[in-house]
Design a protein around this ligand. Sequence first.
Ligand SMILES: CC(C)(COP(=O)(O)OP(=O)(O)OC[C@H]1O[C@@H](n2cnc3c(N)ncnc32)[C@H](O)[C@@H]1OP(=O)(O)O)[C@@H](O)C(=O)NCCC(=O)NCCSC(=O)CC(=O)CCCCCCCCCCCCC(=O)O
Ligand SMILES: NC(=O)C1=CN([C@@H]2O[C@H](COP(=O)(O)OP(=O)(O)OC[C@H]3O[C@@H](n4cnc5c(N)ncnc54)[C@H](O)[C@@H]3O)[C@@H](O)[C@H]2O)C=CC1
Length: 719
Amino acid sequence: MAQLTRVSGSVGLITLQSPPVNALSAAVRQGIVDTVQRALSDPEVKSVVVCGQNGIFCGGADIKEFGTNMSGPPLVPLIHAIEVAHKPVVAAIEGIALGGGLELALGCHYRIAHSKAKLGLPEVTLGLLPAAGGSQRLPRLIGVPAALDLITTGRHITAAEALKLGVVDQVTAHSTVDVAVKFALSVAGKPLDGRRISSLPCPRPPNMDALFEGVMKKVRQSARGAIAPIACVQAIRAAATLPYDQGMERELELMASLFTSDQARALQYIFFAQRAVARWSMPSGARWDTSKPRPVHKAAVIGLGTMGRGIAVALAQTGLSVVAVETQEKQLMAAKQEMSGMLERGAKRRGVAPAFDKIRYSPDIKAVADVDLVIEAVFEDMALKEKVFQQLSALCKPGTLLCTNTSGLDVDHLASQTRSPELVVGMHFFAPAHVMKLLEVVYGSKSSPQALATAMQLGKKMGKVSVAVGNCRGFVGNRMLKPYSEQAFFLLEEGATPELVDGALEDFGFPMGLFRMSDLSGLDVGWRVRKVDGLGKSSGASGQQARIRQGRRYSPLGDVLCEQGRFGQKTGRGWYQYDKPGGRVGRPDPWLHSFLEEYRAQHGLVARRIDHQEVLERCLYTLINEGFRILEDGIAAGPEEIDIIYVFGYGWPRHRGGPMFYASMVGLEKVLARLEFYQEAHPDVPYLQPCNLLKRLVASGSPPVHKWREVVKKLHSQL
Ligand SMILES: CC(C)(COP(=O)(O)OP(=O)(O)OC[C@H]1O[C@@H](n2cnc3c(N)ncnc32)[C@H](O)[C@@H]1OP(=O)(O)O)[C@@H](O)C(=O)NCCC(=O)NCCSC(=O)CC(=O)CCCCCCCCCCCCC(=O)O
Ligand SMILES: NC(=O)C1=CN([C@@H]2O[C@H](COP(=O)(O)OP(=O)(O)OC[C@H]3O[C@@H](n4cnc5c(N)ncnc54)[C@H](O)[C@@H]3O)[C@@H](O)[C@H]2O)C=CC1
């Protein structure tokens, strides 16, 4: 909807009205068409201002309409009608002007923005390109290089940057609508030549071919298979080389190829899934909207290793006072130094003063006495964590929330070490904790809704995408990683190389394959866990029996490497070889290839040819199968939780929408059939056994992914 009022005698004020972000739904587009027509034909109206209600200009197209039978007037002619108007039209931009919202503003003759406004063309993040003339007008207005940057990244810019680039004409800290109305009065009747962006020539950058070639190469590398960024470059190239009308035709042609693509569906699914997971619920029925979080002003972090340092810095950057506890003096000194650097770099990036004074370092755990929340990040050792939780329970003031950053240990068991188990939750950050967006918030069987609400709210304040999940070994992310990595090890036994497995996964879109990732995080990490589990010894024996542990197929390959001191990048050798310990660039290692051959010979394994398809099916379908088990067990409330965890924490390519969405695109029947096929070939691998929920969904006709949440809910209500 849009409303037209006459203000200051002769200014037609058009207000977009569609909460919460004034998205351009069919009704809003119709409203704009009608009000523009009325304003232009009203002789009393000499100029026009377009604004949005509630201090928000416009969040762009209504994404919920995509994938439906879109009705209502299309945006391109609507914006064209504004641009060719004979009366000046001024956009008064408050809050946001994103996507179609900014394209609408680019069709106006003048743009005035509030100093706190954010502008951008984020279509690429939804698998699209700015196809309401944005890809053709923006380069004409601000030049090709700046337009390439904004459109291929989709980043939001501040009003100050928009002014510097020339996207807006003026920035004000006062009432934008008042300023725009005043301005509209001043330009009434003035000629509009030069104000219609589509009639401007697109400035041709020097070395244009080289520029586009360079950008295309960069985009292809970083896109990891995403098609929208490439189409964005092609559209801008059309703006730079073709007349406007032909450029618009090319824009539409490129948009048509994106609009109905699987990638656009996946990216739009992720947009809504990210928002859906904020509306958490617990099996008890407690919910996000009825559970009140406790205020947290002061927090403590216990253990300043890799994780504790990042967590403490992230808390301080959020504005909390932080007590940082580390018992090892040398570690404490090293942590202080590294954290100061992290704070300094972070402050420089954000243009603020470093929050050094927010952190108080202490070697003594007693310093936690007056904090509102503690995050424990000591070694992954249950006995040590038990002791720390007993101490915290005795030392902290009543009501302090006790959180653990464990990667997968039992949160209920840790809660049982305390006087108030209802105040214990997991806050599972990802390394580096001050950078990575994901936070798994793990509720135990006794965690109170208030404890979960507090951790979820703190995560949000820290800028994290927080996902509430239930308690089980490895929670959601690491639990699903186990079958995935197990399959990768088995593939090496059967004839693959780390390069082949990683190549398949990287071609799929992961930034790093499993073995490259394992070298980066350290092979010793998983080894330690396997040893605690009673696995993790190479045993020296040969034959099939040596590869059966605890009644199931087991690959000791990683253990053998660790026994040889090959921990990955840190030792300069792992699944790949590096120039030196700490080296970053891994090269294939002939030693490893011979080692694999000897290993196969020792265990009576015959290498066979393995292709990318088998790697993907075995690694990804077992991971997906475990995802279904997680849903079945009630650890995640819906596929959205799993997909958000994988996209934001595990490098799953966003344009593939997360593992569960991907399964829905592949087709559940196919996933099930391939799991059955591989299970027949490897009956000693329980992870290949298709889970009941998957079978049930297939039997019920494979409902679309957005229906799975309901299916799971029904399943649990029947139990
Ligand atoms: C706006 C935000 C920055 C606000 O953030 P925040 O305050 O944090 O609130 P949120 O929780 O994110 O959002 C609140 C609430 O609003 C919902 N929402 C937000 N934006 C939208 C939106 N644009 N549409 C719908 N709903 C929206 C959000 O989901 C929340 O609700 P909830 O889910 O219920 O919780 C932030 O929200 C944000 O970043 N939003 C997205 C902004 C964006 O990306 N905009 C760009 C949209 S795409 C666009 O504009 C493109 C166009 O306009 C192009 C149109 C041209 C069409 C031409 C079609 C030609 C096709 C040819 C095909 C031919 C095919 C064939 O051959 O048939
Ligand atoms: N490293 C990673 O990528 C991730 C680790 N985690 C989890 O985070 C926790 C910490 O892991 P890292 O930071 O990697 O370990 P780390 O080994 O780097 O650091 C642990 C720190 O805790 C200190 N410490 C030990 N006992 C202590 C005590 N009683 N009081 C105060 N400090 C004590 C140690 O001196 C050490 O500095 C573990 O539970 C781990 O599973 C979770 C996500 C990712």
